[in-house]
Design a binder for this molecule. Structure first.
Ligand code: HEM
Length: 390
């Protein structure tokens, strides 16, 4: 999982940091409780550290200029350890983040300067606010609510409005008056997917991550949690702040399920995808299902809708699909309890597309690799100045 490149570990006193900086994970909490607590009240705490002459602060932090917060790597003694001894209820832990020092917030360079220069430090901190905790919280949510598929779809539709010119992933869908929020293709996504992500967004956005980065990280965790490849996408997507930043129009951006291979190409080619990548991306229908009340289609593609494997391609090739008209009057294909959309069947009709269905059905590792490459391109298309670490 991403974020492996190293940030700059700063011992605020200039002393050497210890080697192991893994946070203490909240493995005891039940269900999908967030690490550090569900409410702001549980997570936020205040600390006052007073440095007397020559005393060392005793905090190693994970400094990176692009961040808004300073994650604590270690409490290494000094004034910080003294505080921890005297204030067991407000103990500073590795993995907590410094949000504010003496009124300075949102600028880590200035926060760091304050820590070094001032002798009295009034700090606001948040528990368990690092990238590792974010991954933990997402994985817990996905396992607890079985919501991996809709999180993948949320992220694909955020990135999928890119048409080669505009519409890069910017989480505009969360803004009620945006085009993305109202698009038929996104029915159910803002209401359901965003409610699921709500508590995690409240904890991490914007302190650690943007909404748009959160959505893609959530999808990456979902893919991995459901048995798929480990995919690392870069960070730095900028959130839309108003509906004026939403896609200029809905037309021609997201694929329609009742259409054929010509339509698929007309949608995916402007985004920069060729036949192999179109087929690879469609394999994501190995997970999740269609909902009558959202898209008007009904049913799951594969027997295990929570397993990210190549069964979509195998089933597409080997099952006997019968055309049916569902209760919403839409044409789809059925075999037992499984279904395929007309757009899925289009992958079989066209020899150039079918070639890749055959290859991916035969070789799951090949599909994982091609899916991973196409997914990264999808998620980074049109984005400016992405970076390797959060
Ligand atoms: C090729 C054209 C595509 C069409 C026409 C299409 C269409 C659809 C439709 C109609 C649904 C059902 C939505 C609902 O009723 O809740 C759906 C679900 C889904 N799609 Fe696609 N899709 C396409 C490509 C993709 C791609 C490229 C991905 C990801 C890489 C993807 C991922 C998903 C997932 C994971 C779900 C399940 C969502 C859930 O269970 O809530 N789809 N898609």
């Amino acid at each position: 999982m991403g974020n492996t490149a190293c940030c700059q570990t700063e011992a605020i006193d200039g002393s050497e940091p210890p080697v192991d900086a893994k946070p203490i994970l909240d493995s005891t909490s039940p269900g999908n409780t967030l690490a550090g607590g569900d409410t702001e009240q549980e997570r936020l705490y205040e600390v006052t550290l007073v440095k007397t002459d020559g005393s060392k602060l005793g905090l190693d932090v994970d400094y990176m200029a692009e961040r808004k917060v300073l994650p604590i790597m270690h409490v290494t003694g000094g004034v910080a350890e003294e505080w921890n001894r005297r204030n067991p209820m407000k103990k500073m832990h590795s993995g907590d983040c410094i949000l504010e020092v003496n009124g300075i917030t949102g600028n880590v360079a200035e926060i760091l300067e304050k820590c070094k220069a001032d002798s009295v430090l009034n700090m606001k901190l948040c528990r368990c606010l690092t990238y590792e905790y974010l991954l933990e919280d997402l994985e817990k949510l996905i396992r607890h609510k079985n919501c991996g598929p809709i999180l993948i779809r949320l992220s694909w539709h955020d990135a999928g409005v890119f048409n080669g010119v505009d519409g890069c992933p910017n989480a505009a869908m969360r803004l009620k008056d945006s085009a993305e929020h109202k698009m038929d293709a996104n029915a159910g996504l803002p209401q359901i997917a965003l409610s699921l992500l709500g508590p995690i967004a409240a904890k991490y956005v914007p302190r650690l991550i943007s909404h748009a980065d959160l959505w893609v990280v959530a999808a990456n965790v979902a893919i991995k949690t459901m048995g798929g490849p480990t995919i690392t996408t870069r960070y730095g997507r900028v959130d839309a702040l108003s509906a004026s930043e939403s896609a200029s129009s809905a037309s021609g951006r997201l694929p329609e399920a009742d259409k054929d291979e010509h339509h698929l190409r007309s949608i995916f080619h402007p985004k920069g995808f060729e036949d192999k990548e179109i087929v690879a991306l469609c394999g994501a229908h190995s997970v999740g299902s269609c909902h009558l009340e959202r898209s008007g289609y009904d049913g799951a593609w594969t027997d295990n809708k929570l397993k990210f494997d190549n069964s979509y391609f195998k089933d597409l090739l080997h099952k006997q699909w019968q055309e049916e008209t569902n209760s919403k009057g839409k044409k789809q294909f059925r075999c037992g309890s499984a279904m395929m959309l007309p757009s899925d069947m289009a992958l079989l009709k066209d020899p150039s597309l079918k070639r890749y269905v055959l290859e991916f059905a035969e070789d799951e590792n090949l599909w994982f690799s091609e899916f991973g490459k196409a997914w990264i391109r999808l998620q980074e298309a049109g984005c400016q100045e992405l970076r390797d670490i959060l």
